[in-house]
Design a protein around this ligand. Structure first.
Ligand code: ADP
Ligand code: MG
Length: 243
């Protein structure tokens, strides 16, 4: 299988502070890579570099053939290729669920309103919210808002989906419904990088788990091996606190 995301020797500084230290990682087509690690280890920064919300200082990143880190790259194209879902749902509060989903397809992809809406209804059905098309974000629960945010990202037909702690801001009873949608995407073959604190989910849905600490990838493995037989002391210490 071809690499969908390729990260090569990426380093990133914020002033004097080095947030990423020579990180390399490839994600194959259809692969689900879970990224775990303590707060401040660089997980969000890594995801943000992949879709050019941050620039890198060293190294290179590709999504398929497009070099994200090329200064001349069309950032809009990169953002279309990589759907990002954040911890805070970031829906437009003055737009309905349907309008949130169709906004970019209509204005960025120049889709016709009718076809964009047709797909939006399909996506809402897929995330279990067909009856909420005309609800505003404030009328939806956190879990429902996050599912709309996922549908909105999918509406751009991304090649990869990037999730940054998609359930961390949710009340516990809403975590499951969001994870179910992501699991469904995984089964459908979507290529994904997912930063998560949900270790059970990482084990079940991940093809591979990356453990980061202090800006480095410390260890990576298939989930069962990483969780049951971590090789590095730092991984062992982290897992002993979170499992
Ligand atoms: P994680 O997602 O693993 O919690 P982050 O990638 O958000 O970690 O952050 C890694 C480190 O980089 C942290 O120490 C954080 O404070 C720092 N950092 C992140 N973004 C910025 C920024 N825009 N300016 C300065 N420091 C930042
Ligand atoms: Mg983070």
């Amino acid at each position: 299988m071809a690499d969908r995301i390729r990260i090569e020797n990426v380093s990133k500084w914020f002033g004097d502070f080095q947030a990423l230290k020579n990180v390399s990682l490839s994600v194959k087509e259809g692969e689900v890579v879970m990224v775990i690690g303590p707060s401040g280890s660089g997980k969000s920064t890594l995801l943000r570099c992949v879709n050019r919300l941050e620039t890198v200082d060293e190294g290179r990143i590709w999504i398929d053939q497009d070099e994200v880190t090329d200064p001349r790259v069309d950032i809009r194209k990169i953002r279309e290729e990589s759907g990002m879902v954040f911890q805070s749902f970031n829906l437009f509060p003055h737009l309905t669920a349907l309008q949130n989903i169709t906004l970019a397809p209509i204005h960025v992809l120049r889709e016709k309103k009718a076809s964009a809406e047709k797909r939006a209804y399909e996506l809402l059905e897929r995330v279990g919210l067909k009856d909420k098309a005309h609800s505003y974000p404030a009328q939806l629960s956190g879990g429902q808002q996050q599912r709309v945010a996922i549908a909105r990202a999918l509406a751009m037909k991304p090649k990869v989906m990037l999730f940054d702690e998609p359930t961390s801001a949710l009340d516990p009873e809403m975590v499951g419904e969001v994870l179910l949608v992501i699991r469904d995407l995984a089964e459908d073959g979507m290529t994904m990088m997912i930063v998560t604190h949900e270790m059970g989910f990482a084990r079940e849905v991940g093809d591979r788990v990356i453990f980061m600490d202090e800006g480095r990838i410390i260890e990576e493995n298939v989930p069962d091996l990483l969780f049951d037989h971590p090789q590095q002391k730092r991984t062992q210490d982290f897992l002993s606190k979170v499992l």
